[in-house]
Design a protein around this ligand. Structure first.
Ligand SMILES: Cc1cc2nc3c(=O)[nH]c(=O)nc-3n(C[C@H](O)[C@H](O)[C@H](O)COP(=O)(O)OP(=O)(O)OC[C@H]3O[C@@H](n4cnc5c(N)ncnc54)[C@H](O)[C@@H]3O)c2cc1C
Length: 433
C-alpha cells in the first residue's frame, strides 16, 4: 500500500519555519504596502529573500540543475499552502506568478543562451518578467483568435499588437509575448513565444489596469496588470522560444503548473479566512450567546472545513499525478481543482466576511481584499466554464451512447433480461404458489 498522507519530519520542520516566517515577516508588510514604492519594496524583500535562500527554499518549483530545489509539485503544494496566506509571500520565496510560470517556459523551451541571459537571473531574483498573451479585443479563453503578430525581417522579428492584463508588465525587465508568426498554419500552430526586453523601442506600457483587486492601481508596482501596445518592436531572431509555431505547445506546459500553483496558494488564503471565521464566532455575542452557538455559523464552519479538505486533497492529488506521470497526465485533475478550488476560496471568504458583519466589509480587516482577489480566480488561467467544459469532454470519452438509445439502467429492459436469465428459478417459484 503506497497511500501515505504524512510529511517527512525534515520537510515538516521547513514548513514550520515558513509558517512563522510568513506570519512574522510578510503579514506586517500588507498593512503598509500602499505607502511603499517598488524600490522600497525591493529593499524590504532583499534580506528576506536571503534568509529563504539560506534555508534552501528559494525557487522550489524548478529542478536543481536549473537553480531550483527540485522539490516536485507535492512539496511545493505544501509550501504554497503557507505562502498563499499572503499575496506578498511568494515573492520572498522566488516563486511568484508570473515569474514561476515564465521560468518553467524558459527551462522547457529556452536555448542554453536564453537560459544564461534570462532564466538564471530570473531565478536569482535579479530580473522580473511578464507573460503577455491576453488581448483586449479577442477572447482570452480562445487564444487561437490572437491578433498580435511577429513578422520576420532579416535577422529580426517585428512585433505589432495590443495586449492587456500582463501581470507585472510595468515592473518587468522582459516580457514573453505570444504572437501569430504563421497566420496560414493550423489553429494551434500559428503562434509563437518571443522574448522582448521591456526597454525595446516600441514597447509602450500604457497603464496598469485598475481592477477589483487594485481599484487605484499604482503604475510600476508588483502585482499590477499592464496594458501594453507593441508597435514595430524589433528583437533579434534568436529571441524566439522553442520552434516557430510552438507557442501553444509551450503554453500548455506552462499553464498546467501555473494553474496548480494558483490552486495551492488559494488553500492558504482560504485557511486564513477560515481562522478568522472561527475566531469571530467565539467572541461575537448576539441574543445571549456567541455566534459559535448558532447553527448557521456551525454549518458555515463545518461546510468550510469539509470543502477546504476536499480542495486540499484534490490539489495535492493533482500535484502527485504531475510528479509521478507528468504535467500532461494531470491536465484533467488540474482543471477539476482550478474551478472547484476557486469556488471554495470564494465561499469560505464570503462566510468569514458575513460573520464579521460590517467590520468584514470594511478595510479594517483583510477579508474584503481577499474577496476581491478571489473573484479573479474564476477568470485567470482559463475561466471556470472552459475548465468545466474540458473536464466534461475528457470524462465523456469514457462513455458511449447505449444501443437503441435505451439507457443501460432502464429497469423494464433489465427486468426482461433477468427474467430470461432466472427463468428456471422463477418458474419453480410460480409452480410452488
Ligand atoms: C488578475 C488577472 C491576472 C491575469 N494575468 C494575466 C497575465 O499575466 N497574462 C495574460 O496574458 N493574461 C492574464 N490575464 C487574463 C486572463 O487570462 C483572461 O482574462 C482569461 O483568459 C479570460 O479571457 P477574457 O478576459 O478575454 O474573457 P473571454 O474569453 O472574453 O471570456 C468571457 C467569459 O465568457 C465565458 N466563456 C468563455 N469561454 C467559454 C466556453 N467555452 N463555454 C462557456 N462560457 C465561456 C466565461 O464566462 C468567460 O469568463 C489575467 C486576468 C486576471 C483577471
Amino acid at each position: 500500500m503506497a497511500w501515505d498522507f504524512s510529511t517527512e519530519p525534515e520537510f515538516q520542520e521547513q514548513l514550520d519555519w515558513m509558517r512563522v516566517f510568513v506570519r512574522e515577516e510578510i503579514w506586517p508588510l500588507e498593512t503598509v504596502i500602499d505607502e511603499l514604492d517598488q524600490p522600497a519594496l525591493d529593499r524590504i524583500y532583499a534580506p528576506l529573500q536571503e534568509q529563504v535562500k539560506a534555508r534552501g527554499l528559494w525557487a522550489a518549483h524548478l529542478p536543481a540543475e536549473l537553480g531550483g530545489q527540485g522539490f516536485g509539485q507535492v512539496k511545493l503544494g505544501l509550501m504554497h499552502e503557507i505562502l498563499g496566506s499572503s499575496p506578498f509571500a511568494p515573492n520572498a520565496f522566488g516563486n511568484q506568478a508570473p515569474d514561476s510560470g515564465n521560468s518553467e517556459i524558459l527551462a522547457l523551451a529556452g536555448s542554453p543562451e536564453q537560459k544564461e541571459r534570462w532564466l538564471h537571473p530570473l531565478l536569482a531574483g535579479d530580473l522580473k518578467s511578464g507573460f503577455s498573451m491576453t488581448e483586449p479585443h479577442t477572447a482570452g479563453s480562445d487564444p487561437t483568435q490572437l491578433q498580435a503578430t511577429a513578422v520576420r525581417d532579416g535577422d529580426e522579428w517585428v512585433i505589432n499588437g495590443h495586449k492587456w492584463y500582463t501581470t507585472n508588465g510595468s515592473i518587468a525587465d522582459f516580457l514573453i509575448v505570444m504572437v501569430v508568426t504563421d497566420p496560414d498554419a493550423r489553429a494551434h500552430q500559428r503562434a509563437s513565444m518571443i522574448i522582448v526586453p521591456a526597454t525595446t523601442p516600441g514597447v509602450d506600457i500604457r497603464r496598469d489596469v485598475p481592477t477589483m483587486e487594485h481599484p487605484a492601481a499604482h503604475f510600476g508596482k508588483l502585482g499590477g496588470h499592464s496594458e501594453i501596445v507593441y508597435e514595430d518592436v524589433r528583437v533579434p531572431a534568436e529571441n524566439l522560444l522553442g520552434g516557430q509555431g510552438e507557442g501553444f505547445l509551450i503554453a500548455q506546459h506552462r499553464l498546467v503548473p501555473g494553474r496548480i500553483h494558483h490552486c495551492m496558494r488559494w488553500l492558504g488564503v482560504s485557511r486564513r479566512a477560515f481562522d478568522m471565521l472561527c475566531e469571530r464566532s467565539l467572541y461575537r455575542q448576539t441574543r445571549s450567546g456567541p455566534l459559535a452557538d448558532k447553527q448557521t455559523v456551525q454549518n458555515w464552519i463545518a461546510d468550510s472545513a469539509a470543502e477546504m479538505q476536499a480542495a486540499r486533497l484534490m490539489t495535492l492529488h493533482a500535484a502527485w499525478v504531475m510528479d509521478t506521470q507528468g504535467a500532461s497526465a494531470a491536465r484533467t485533475d488540474v482543471s477539476l481543482i482550478k474551478f472547484y478550488g476557486a469556488r471554495v476560496l470564494h465561499d469560505v471568504i464570503d462566510r468569514a466576511l458575513q460573520a464579521h458583519g460590517s467590520l468584514g466589509y470594511s478595510t479594517d480587516l483583510p477579508l474584503e481584499a481577499m474577496y476581491r482577489y478571489a473573484r479573479a480566480a474564476r477568470l485567470y488561467d482559463g475561466p471556470d466554464e472552459v475548465h468545466r467544459e474540458s473536464v466534461a469532454r475528457h470524462l465523456l470519452r469514457g462513455y458511449e451512447a447505449p444501443a437503441g438509445d435505451v439507457p443501460s439502467e432502464h429497469v423494464p429492459t433489465r427486468r426482461e433480461a433477468a427474467r430470461r436469465r432466472f427463468a428456471e428459478v422463477l418458474e419453480a417459484v410460480t409452480a410452488d404458489d
